[in-house]
Design a protein around this ligand. Structure first.
Ligand code: ADP
Ligand code: MG
Length: 250
């Protein structure tokens, strides 16, 4: 579903992603762990086309998003194609980024109406179904400021789902939440995983990574240092760098 081949990305002279290759199969849940500044968010932003890459190839569902030819020329498909690809991959952020002046339902329907061309009625039906799914049917008419952080984050997940994405990228979605609100968001994510959603989850929640993911990827200094099944990576990390990191967080 997602394929990154030898991605390189720099900000000026700062080489942030170094030959990163990653394949995520349909219905696979991949958790990405690693120290702050290792390039985890940048990698997700590249997958979702929010950043250009310096070299390498990214494809989603078999379609190239970005491609570089040997001479270093960037091949970007038309804006319209990029929009279509971006719509296939949802993203949920640490800061929920809901529109403050729109109700919960309007937050969820705005992109389906304006990007996918759904009718308001159809988009609203879908939104109400998704609110039910994330346990917030009673908040359909509320405004974001009337919700807790955990509720806002569940709305953000419903908003991503409303685009019927092929995959969802989660970037530290529980990091800004009060500890007692983390569980309700992780439960929604676990339910999505159980339904077969393809997910890439950057997280500090090692329990989630261990219990829910099919594969854990450890990143440091812009590289994928090691990856493996959660029980393998957590109980028998192969690299010293991974062992150091796990010692510091577990
Ligand atoms: P992580 O998510 O693992 O904490 P990031 O992907 O956010 O790491 O950042 C990786 C590195 O890239 C950091 O050194 C960060 O300062 C740098 N970086 C990220 N975004 C930008 C940007 N827009 N401009 C310049 N440097 C950036
Ligand atoms: Mg980050």
């Amino acid at each position: 579903m997602i394929r990154l081949e030898s991605i390189n990305k720099s900000f000026g002279a700062h080489h942030v992603l170094k030959d990163v290759s990653l394949t995520v199969d349909k219905a696979e849940v991949v958790c990405v762990i690693g120290p702050s500044g290792s390039g985890k968010s940048t990698m997700l932003r590249c997958i979702n086309n929010m950043e250009d890459i310096g070299s390498g190839t990214i494809s989603i569902d078999g379609q190239p998003v970005y491609r570089y030819e040997r001479d270093g020329k960037l091949i970007v498909d038309s804006e319209k194609q990029i929009e279509a690809i971006r719509a296939k991959v949802g993203m949920v952020f640490q800061s929920f980024n809901l529109f403050p002046h729109l109700t919960v339902t309007e937050n969820i329907t705005v992109a389906p109406i304006h990007v996918l061309g759904r009718s308001r009625g159809e988009a609203t039906d879908i939104a109400l179904g998704l609110l039910e799914k994330v346990g917030l049917a009673m908040k359909a008419q509320a405004y974001p400021h009337e919700l807790s952080g955990g509720q806002q984050q569940r709305v953000a997940i419903a908003r991503a789902l409303a685009m019927r994405p092929k995959a969802i990228l989660f970037d530290e979605v529980t990091s800004a939440l009060d500890p007692e609100l983390v569980g309700e968001v992780l439960r929604v994510m676990r339910a999505l995983a159980d339904e077969g959603m393809t997910m890439v989850v950057v997280t500090h929640e090692m329990g989630f990574a261990r219990d829910v993911s099919d594969r854990v990827v450890f990143m440091a200094d812009g590289k994928i240092v090691e990856s493996g099944k959660p029980h393998e990576l957590f109980s028998a990390p192969q690299q010293e760098r991974t062992r150091d990191f796990l010692r510091s967080v577990l």
